[in-house]
Design a protein around this ligand. Structure first.
Ligand SMILES: Cc1cc2nc3c(=O)[nH]c(=O)nc-3n(C[C@H](O)[C@H](O)[C@H](O)COP(=O)(O)OP(=O)(O)OC[C@H]3O[C@@H](n4cnc5c(N)ncnc54)[C@H](O)[C@@H]3O)c2cc1C
Length: 406
């Protein structure tokens, strides 16, 4: 039997799934329904080159428009799915359309968390960044001299601060954590990343937000900080993370815990329902693991789901990988930062050219680099293949890391 597949959500996870199905010769019907009006586009540039103006809307497209027809994939864009009937394997769209398929895949991503903002003329000045439309609106307001307050110095907040400073905005970045991202990349790489803001004229403040007010008749949003300071800004970006879009799965009775719980082959607790990308939370032997909100994970989980649908064997697990770009520097991380592991340096990361590999029990468990993607490519393979390495081998910066793979 060639199962028909219906995918709810049209981001990178969804398109990776469709691509993998067709590449493997799947002949069945594929339908993708997406809440946003645009054909699938890439999100990472939204906080980077799209905000600075060097990437256009057209360049964001994940596939050219002709691709969907060539691949016989029906795209129903601009209409959210409102109901999922897992027994009938049917979904209902906001316009009343009902669609069924042998297999339903949720690829619904996440929604940015925000902060309470009272109604008032400046409500629109407080924004989040997830979609193309969000980025367009933000970019239009990022004129030179605009005071921008960025709340949250994670991936999206920090990248937006960098892009805005490049556009001539006067940027203040507030985060309660004195070393944002340290748990993800380790303290040394986090210190390098955070110091970049100050080096480029962005004011960083370690504080939480007590209150945002917008209705006192001034032309600016007022942000009361936990330190007692009050900041004013014409534009505010709230970058405090996302919540997984799990409503459909939850209402359908799937097991959900801050993400749709899935096994390694991306199956949810309901037969015929898979979940991929940011919306999925993997189950490990000891229970749910942290949800991963990175582009490569979305891509790979889409490919994994395709193998499940095609009844192909599961691929071996891969070390997670992500990147971030700010102020012209490119950071990559593979595997996990482990505070118990021995940090081993190649080059000088603190000076903006180097890598740190985290070694534990004679193996690499994680690696972070600035402007050294080849180190990360090799480190990822060292992790995946569990190749034994020593600190002396890793620290020898004259020998490419890939030679350790032989
Ligand atoms: C600004 C920005 C910058 C980023 N930069 C990086 C980076 O540098 N490195 C990195 O590794 N990762 C980065 N990421 C994260 C990465 O883009 C995400 O992990 C990835 O997009 C997740 O893909 P997804 O397909 O799971 O979800 P999404 O891309 O969010 O796609 C989900 C889609 O489903 C739709 N949808 C939701 N509910 C419904 C419904 N009920 N009916 C129909 N459709 C629905 C949504 O509208 C959306 O279009 C960034 C993300 C953003 C927002």
């Amino acid at each position: 039997m060639t199962p028909s597949v219906l995918v709810v959500g049209a981001g990178i996870a969804s398109i990776s799934l469709c691509t993998a199905l067709r590449t493997a010769g799947h002949q069945g019907r594929i339908t993708v329904v997406g809440a946003e009006p645009e054909l699938p586009y890439d999100r990472p540039p939204l906080s980077k080159t799209f905000l600075t103006g060097t990437t256009s809307s057209e360049q964001l497209a994940l596939r050219p428009p002709s691709w969907y027809e060539e691949q016989r994939i029906t795209m129903l864009m601009g209409t959210p799915t409102t109901l999922l009937d897992p027994e009938a394997r049917r979904v209902e769209l906001a316009d009343g359309t009902k669609l069924d398929a042998d297999i339903v895949v949720l690829a619904t991503g996440g929604t940015p968390r925000t902060l309470p903002v009272p109604d008032g003329p400046l409500r629109d000045a407080v924004r989040t960044l997830r979609t193309h439309r969000d980025a367009e609106a933000l970019r239009a307001r990022m004129t030179a001299g605009t005071r921008l307050l960025v709340i949250g110095a994670g991936l999206i907040g920090a990248e937006t601060a960098a892009s805005a400073s490049q556009r001539g905005c006067r940027v203040t970045l507030v985060d309660p954590d004195p070393l944002p991202m340290a748990r993800a990349v380790g303290p040394e790489a986090a210190a390098f990343l955070h110091a970049q803001h100050t080096d480029h004229g962005v004011r960083t403040i370690t504080a939480g937000i007590k209150e945002l007010t917008t209705s006192d008749g001034t032309a600016a949003v007022r942000a009361a900080l936990t330190t007692g300071e009050v900041l004013e800004a014409e534009l505010v970006l709230v970058g405090i993370g996302i919540t997984a879009n799990t409503d459909l799965a939850q209402a359908a009775g799937a097991a959900v815990d801050r993400g749709v719980l899935v096994t390694a082959d991306m199956r949810s607790s309901l037969p015929g329902l898979l979940t991929i990308g940011d919306a999925a939370r993997p189950l490990g032997p000891d229970g749910p693991r942290p949800r991963i909100e990175h582009w490569d994970n979305a891509r790979r989980t889409g490919e994994r789901a395709a193998r499940t649908i095609l009844a192909l064997p599961e691929p071996p697990p891969r070390a997670p990988w992500f990147w971030t770009d700010r102020y012209g520097r490119h950071l990559e991380m593979a595997g996990h930062y482990d505070p118990e592991a021995e940090p081993t340096h190649r080059g000088n990361l603190a000076a903006g050219d180097g890598s740190i590999l985290f070694l534990r029990d004679g193996h690499c468990v994680g690696a972070v680099s600035v402007d050294r993607p080849n180190d990360i490519k090799a480190a990822q393979r060292l992790i995946d293949r569990r190749i034994p390495v020593t600190a002396v081998q890793v620290a020898d910066d004259r020998t490419p890391l890939r030679t350790l793979l032989a």
